[in-house]
Design a protein around this ligand. Structure first.
Ligand code: CA
Ligand code: CA
Ligand code: CA
Ligand code: CA
Length: 275
């Protein structure tokens, strides 16, 4: 639920999606990191505050967001623009104000522009976190301290730098997890205790840790087919308080979503198409 995915050409390697790789074509319109060509980004979050995370999609070329409230095939329940055409930015979603609903945000360089409602408008929160225009850290979002609000994180190599408030400042938590060059960085509440903690997905191997401290993975399983056919998107699909594995598979005119309600190897139990 706290990670977004670029629906990109297969030419983008996994590591490129994790670091700022501004190509000449992308630089022309400030495309999100790692994107060579793309028409959208997948996200998951609880748009209606019912406790269940569901699918969403952001088109960074037009600023259009499409969010769906049910994990079934169908049209968007919410459709609006946030971030104008070609303004770009790295899309993130989270519950910035602890009202139970996940909403949208964009990160441009180190400028975090968060909005508390899922509709067109300007940023309700506008602050800086990271090192300037060329911050290379992979953006993650989560409730690191379990107080109910989601706040920023940056992962530089294997260094996780997490902040507990949505305002300008430095990291409150600083630890290492994973290898310097590693899989896709994710975050979620794997054990349902209220705090979000790190995860790594290496190809299709999910390695989850339950505390925001240096150490090894506590949960280790395989799910999905790995990048680039599947992109990991964790979330709470059954509303029981714990985040579990999901993947999105971009197809020609839609995206196939496969969610599982346990962090273990096995088939997806929820499957649908939405874009
Ligand atoms: Ca909220
Ligand atoms: Ca928090
Ligand atoms: Ca937790
Ligand atoms: Ca769950």
């Amino acid at each position: 639920m706290k990670i977004s995915r670029f629906r990109t050409a297969a030419t983008v390697v996994a590591t490129a999606a994790l670091s700022v790789t501004v190509t000449p074509a992308a630089a022309a319109h400030d495309a999100p990191p790692g994107v060579l060509s793309s028409d959208g980004v997948e996200v998951t979050g609880d748009w209606d505050g019912d406790g269940v995370d569901s699918a969403g999609w952001f088109n960074f070329e037009t600023g259009e967001w499409r969010l769906r409230n049910e994990n079934t095939s169908g049209e968007a329940d919410l459709e609006f623009t946030y971030g104008g055409p070609w303004e770009g930015g790295y899309p993130i979603v989270g519950d910035w104000n602890n009202d139970g609903t996940d909403t949208i945000g964009l990160v441009r360089g180190n400028n975090w522009l968060l909005r508390n409602t899922n509709n067109t408008g300007t940023a309700n929160l506008d602050f800086f976190y990271g090192n300037g225009e060329f911050e290379e850290g992979f953006k993650v979002v989560g409730d690191w301290d379990g107080d109910g609000d989601d706040t920023p994180g940056l992962v530089r190599g294997n260094n996780w730098l997490l902040r507990n408030t949505n305002n300008t400042g430095t990291a409150n938590l600083d630890f290492t997890y994973g290898d310097p060059v590693d899989g896709v960085r994710i975050a979620g509440d794997w054990d349902g205790d209220g705090d979000d903690t790190p995860g790594l997905v290496r190809i299709n191997n999910w390695l989850l840790r339950n505390s925001n401290t240096t150490g090894d993975a506590e949960v280790d399983f395989d799910y999905g087919n790995g990048f680039p056919s599947h992109w990991p998107l964790p979330g709470d699909w059954d509303g029981n308080g714990s985040d579990t594995a999901g993947v999105a598979e971009p197809r020609n005119v839609t995206i196939a979503w496969f969610f599982r309600n346990e962090n273990s190897t096995g088939p997806g139990t929820i499957a649908f198409n939405f874009m």
